[in-house]
Design a protein around this ligand. Structure first.
Ligand code: SF4
Ligand code: SF4
Length: 411
């Protein structure tokens, strides 16, 4: 497929008479804005597909809702700050814009530490590094890159959110994945891709698996210096023996805590321990939940399926579950629950058929169309206020609990 984004931008944008817009209002857009100022490139505004991000200014500039941008600019040049370069390029191109640029050249000699950001310089550095790799992968189709890999260590959860986007609410007999299977699968994946920047340890609640720290230690032994993010709901205080094991990789460990209020019954103990061990953490309430967890056969046309996939914001959330690699958590869990027909086009079995894994993973990564499983999904659009490519109800109350597992149909 032909690239429609230009890799180099400095000379074209310096001499441009068009307004220049940065897409989107993401963290690394701030560094890209500074890189523009350093190169005497004048930015007009930002744009973003998420309506809620257009309420406040970003870096002192207006943020315009991307679908409405034609009302503001007939002609414009765009610098893509989003890591989803291909999706952004397709969207803008379909609106009639063709002056699209990556910020790779701007960031090449950029002195990141010469500026201060809304986030720490260290965090900005890692965001920019991931940005560069995702954009390099766009221009070099031989390079197989995963920004992050979600490692599902369990399907058990200490909460039962009825609209869990990872489909935990459907499991009647949830289980832990074994250390051996996870590590063996990750070794096989790593041998067959060029790079994975981050590992995200998820569940369910990952701390329900008593081997959670051993698994992280095993991953970091084989992938030193990678960032590991542990997604937890604050219900389980970690044991010292587990934190001791992770201490040697202190710089790599990050806890992402969702604060469910009273339901996160051990959150204070968890935070206390994290601080004691000097790990970094982020604590945020559950917000911006969208209805996306119903498993239903929609029987969409090929064109509609392409639209659902195009609009989907989690289609690059590579998920490892029980020895299989998927493109998103919905497919992973719908398949694991056996709710949808078993179809090898939906995944790569990374425990089998070692000779062909490389080709299969490449095919999975490069799929730009849709997966058969997408026809059983409501969709999960970048812009939750839009109904394009989405069959769900929109925004919903987060973390509403169900007492019993929710019944589901086996298709
Ligand atoms: S806490 Fe809720 S949203 Fe998170 S994994 Fe458990 S059930 Fe899902
Ligand atoms: S649309 Fe497809 S890729 Fe996106 S969440 Fe649904 S099943 Fe996954």
């Amino acid at each position: 497929m032909k690239n429609i984004v230009n890799k180099n931008c400095i000379e074209s944008l310096k001499g441009s008479t068009d307004p220049i817009i940065i897409v989107a209002a993401v963290r690394e857009a701030e560094a890209i804005a500074y890189a523009c100022y350093d190169n005497n490139i004048k930015i007009d505004s930002f744009c973003d597909t998420e309506k809620r991000k257009t309420i406040d200014k970003f870096c002192g500039k207006n943020v315009i809702h991307t679908p409405e941008i034609k009302n503001y600019y007939k002609n414009a040049s765009f610098i893509i700050a989003s890591q989803h370069i291909e999706d952004v390029a397709d969207q803008l191109n379909s609106m009639g814009y063709d002056k699209l640029y990556s910020a790779l050249e701007l960031l090449e000699n950029f002195d990141l530490n010469a500026h201060k950001y809304l986030i720490s310089n260290e965090y900005m550095n890692s965001r920019v590094s991931v940005y560069k790799k995702t954009h390099e992968a766009y221009f070099n189709k031989e390079y197989t890159y995963m920004r992050s890999l979600d490692v599902m260590v369990t399907t058990k959860c200490s909460l039962k959110c009825e609209s869990c986007s990872n489909l935990m609410q459907y499991y009647k007999s949830a289980s832990n994945m074994t250390y051996e299977k996870i590590i063996n699968s990750i070794e096989n994946i790593c041998k067959n891709v060029d790079d994975i920047s981050e590992f995200r340890i998820i569940g369910g609640e990952p701390l329900m698996n008593k081997d959670w720290a051993k698994i992280i230690d095993g991953i970091l032994d084989r992938n030193p210096k990678r960032k590991v993010f542990i997604y937890t709901n604050g219900t389980i205080p970690p044991k010292d023996i587990d934190l001791d094991l992770l201490k040697k990789n202190e710089d790599c460990i990050n806890f992402i805590i969702t604060d469910y209020g009273e339901m996160s019954r051990n959150i204070e103990k968890l935070v206390e321990k994290i601080k004691l061990y000097n790990f970094t953490y982020v604590r945020t309430p559950p917000e911006n939940w969208i209805d996306c967890s119903t498993i239903k056969h929609h029987k969409r046309s090929k064109e509609d399926l392409k639209e659902v996939f195009k609009q989907c914001c989690v289609k690059y959330v590579y998920t490892l579950l029980d020895g299989k690699l998927y493109r998103c958590p919905f497919i992973a869990n719908a398949a694991h629950l056996k709710a949808i027909p078993d179809n090898e086009s939906n995944y790569v079995d990374v425990t089998n058929d070692i000779e062909t894994i490389k080709i299969k993973i490449k095919r999975l990564i490069n799929n730009r169309s849709f997966f058969p499983a997408c026809d059983f999904c409501e969709g999960r659009p970048y812009d939750p206020s839009s109904s394009v490519g989405y069959s769900g109800k929109g925004m919903i109350e987060p973390a509403k609990q169900t007492k019993n597992p929710i019944p589901y149909k086996l298709y």
